[in-house]
Design a protein around this ligand. Structure first.
Ligand code: ADP
Length: 450
């Protein structure tokens, strides 16, 4: 049963149901028609016999039958018997051989000679102690129920009817399931050919199959996007690592060929050191982002005074104190991972100075709005054009690709956003080119649910 297709299962199910219903209906019909026929036959017998009763009389011991008396009418045989049960008038059907005792006014079904008869007797009294028996006999057709014709018709038509229903039902089910077959075939072809740009054809209308096809297409689109992002990520990561490696290589070659004085060799070594530091930073950042992404580095959140944390980061950082403005920070408790929050602040302040004006400032503000804690780092620097504001959060994205030796790798903001997300928050960027940018962290004020 498990191996049968849904179409066959549906067909079998409603065939069984229809068969059962047809059987029940037939049984019900037989029951009703049998009892209706019986009622008809009995009342026919009763009426015919009663109309004959008035035509029978016994005068001075001899039987008189009026002219209207009918021996055979409406299938009913009328027989007249003496008080001693001797047949006086009428003809008993040949097949009726039963010795049925007389019973006044009671209709019953009597079996005789392979046939069935309805029998009804009436006692017609005459004088003080005399009288006559008048008997009616009505042959019941074969089966006595009068429904064998119906049975035959049902026996012949039911299998035919069920066969028709099975063929028609299977055909309809196949047509209805055709879009599903098509979706399966396309999805299979996409996975076989690994062509994630292909899409399933969406059937017209808004039925289940159309929704399924649309969901499949959404899934393929997401897969395609994340596949492209992965490819881009690998390419960018290799590129970022290749640059310092190339610098190190050429520095080594230079030192081997021309680095004769200890002074020159020291310079080369210092350059190699800087490039190695850069590579190590890059690998460190990548590892952190990946761990946060995969959840292997969970945020260890504890109740922290954000004002105190901001002060600490600012005091310990390498930034010029007179250009880093943090007016009057009021204590504000939030549930954060101190290490991650320190990293977020450092990245934002670093960027504020990197992309700020030569003597520009960086402002840090802290506050609460309803259920949210807001931490903003703003600058009056070069700003970010609107069409790039979405992209700055992507890994390795840099608005200005012409970078100096001290520039980052475009991972700082990707990490900032990841840190906001693992705290259940998000980042909002507002920026006007030429006037400055502000990055605001929105954090839920309530403690995390365990
Ligand atoms: P990186 O600073 O290493 O290039 P980030 O991820 O920190 O990488 O930033 C990505 C890009 O976003 C930067 O290259 C820069 O173009 C832009 N950006 C970031 N912060 C600012 C800012 N405060 N002002 C202007 N542009 C910024």
């Amino acid at each position: 049963m498990k191996k049968l297709s849904a179409k066959v299962k549906i067909t079998i199910w409603y065939l069984l149901l229809m068969g059962l219903m047809a059987g029940l209906m037939l049984a019900f019909l037989l029951l009703i028609s049998g009892s209706v026929y019986q009622q008809n036959a009995m009342s026919q017998l009763d009426q015919t016999l009663r109309s004959n009763l008035t035509q029978v009389s016994l005068t001075d011991g001899s039987l008189t039958l009026a002219e209207e008396f009918q021996f055979y009418q409406n299938g009913v045989y009328t027989l007249v018997y003496s008080q001693n049960e001797a047949l006086l008038a009428g003809q008993v059907p040949v097949a009726f051989t039963a010795q049925e005792p007389f019973q006044n006014g009671l209709t019953r079904l009597v079996e005789s000679g392979g046939s069935q008869y309805y029998v009804l007797d009436f006692w017609v009294p005459s004088g003080w102690d005399g009288g006559l028996w008048v008997r009616g006999l009505l042959e019941a057709p074969e089966g006595a129920q009068g429904s064998s014709g119906l049975l035959w018709a049902a026996a012949l038509s039911l299998p035919l009817f069920l066969l028709l229903a099975a063929v028609g039902g299977y055909w309809i089910a196949r047509r209805a399931f055709r879009p599903l077959d098509h979706i399966t075939a396309t999805a299979d072809a996409i996975s076989q050919a690994s062509d994630l740009s292909a899409r399933v054809e969406v059937p017209s209308g808004s039925n289940e199959f159309a929704r399924l096809a649309a969901t499949f297409n959404q899934m393929f689109a997401r897969l395609e996007r994340s596949f492209e992002a992965e490819t881009q990520f690998t390419a960018d990561a290799s590129h970022e690592l290749r640059t310092p490696v190339a610098v190190i290589k050429s520095a080594c070659e230079y030192a081997e060929t021309y680095g004769e004085t200890p002074e020159e060799q020291r310079e080369t070594l210092a350059m190699i050191h800087r490039q190695a530091d850069k590579m190590s930073q890059l690998i460190d950042q990548l590892l952190r982002i990946t761990r946060l992404d995969q959840g292997t580095e969970a945020a260890r959140r504890e109740e922290t005074d954000l004002a105190e944390l901001v002060r600490q980061v600012c005091d310990e950082g390498p930034w010029p104190a007179d250009r880093l403005v943090r007016n009057d920070l009021q204590p504000l408790a939030a549930w954060v991972d101190r290490t991650l929050m320190t990293r977020l602040l450092q990245n934002l302040i670093d960027n504020g100075f990197k992309y700020g004006r030569p003597q520009g400032k960086v402002w840090i503000t802290l506050g609460q709005e309803g259920e949210e804690v807001l931490l903003t780092v703003a600058d009056d620097g070069i700003g970010i054009p609107p069409d790039q504001q979405e992209k700055v959060w992507q890994r390795f994205y840099q608005a200005d690709p012409a970078r100096g030796e001290h520039s980052g790798a475009g991972l700082g903001l990707a990490m900032v956003q990841k840190i906001a997300q693992v705290h259940g928050g998000f980042m909002v960027l507002e920026s006007t080119p030429g006037r400055g940018s502000s990055f605001t962290l929105h954090l839920p004020a309530h403690p995390p649910t365990p």
